[in-house]
Ligand binder design. Sequence first.
Ligand SMILES: O=C(O)[C@@H](COP(=O)(O)O)OP(=O)(O)O
Length: 259
Amino acid sequence: MTKHKLILLRHGEGAWNKENRFCSWVDQKLSSNGIQEARNCGKHLKVLGIEFDLVFTSILSRSIQTAWLVLEEMGQEWVPTESSWRLNERHYGALIGLNRAEMALNHGEEQVKIWRRSYDVAPPPITELHPYYNEIYRDRRYKCCDVSQDKLPKAESLKEVLDRLLPYWNDRIAPEVKNGKTILISAHGNSTRALLKHLEGISDEDIANVTLPTGVPVLLELDENLCPIGRHQFLGDQEAIQAAIKKVEDQGKVQPAAK
Ligand SMILES: O=C(O)[C@@H](COP(=O)(O)O)OP(=O)(O)O
């Protein structure tokens, strides 16, 4: 049986991951910890003998920077890389820039969980009054997309992320996987969750329980029809990975001191 190896990666920790703010389409760079996470990821993949043929990223710096650092650690900087807005993080709309724990205090942990992890509920849309509206929509990178600027999202559910990601997967990435290319997709928590949901056939309910920590490579093995052979695996120290997953889940809870 043909086995295609696909590595999915949520970028290393970004400055706003650290501050527990919804970052989404704001172009934050990696924190020093995030740089180290990306480097460690590259070291780990090198030890495993992975040889990439192609790399796909979003058009947000944290995913591109992560891919560079991974490739540098692996001595594979030459590997062709392609970036698309379709791999961008979920558009968190009006929540962009807000602190998750403060939102939990003001709106309740359950509401924050619905905004973060439900499949088909979108957060309230971003408007022109939002402090990051211009920074996002006046950015030149969004003039170079395969849709016009006015068609870009103003908020997205995970379902809407999958809807805009799927054409790129089907037309651009899947054919390369089928051709036997070993591929790294360096993207984001929710764009990766959307793709995993699609490839593994995870239900709308169960996807709420899939959480990705930063900088941890996820291995997915696929057969010739791109059906998964077994479940996705987090590569690395399993205990540390479980602790990192819990930390991401707890970001949407009221901080103990404020309870
Ligand atoms: O937009 C963000 O802040 C996080 C995801 O946030 P949550 O869905 O985990 O709240 O995306 P990423 O760091 O992967 O780019």
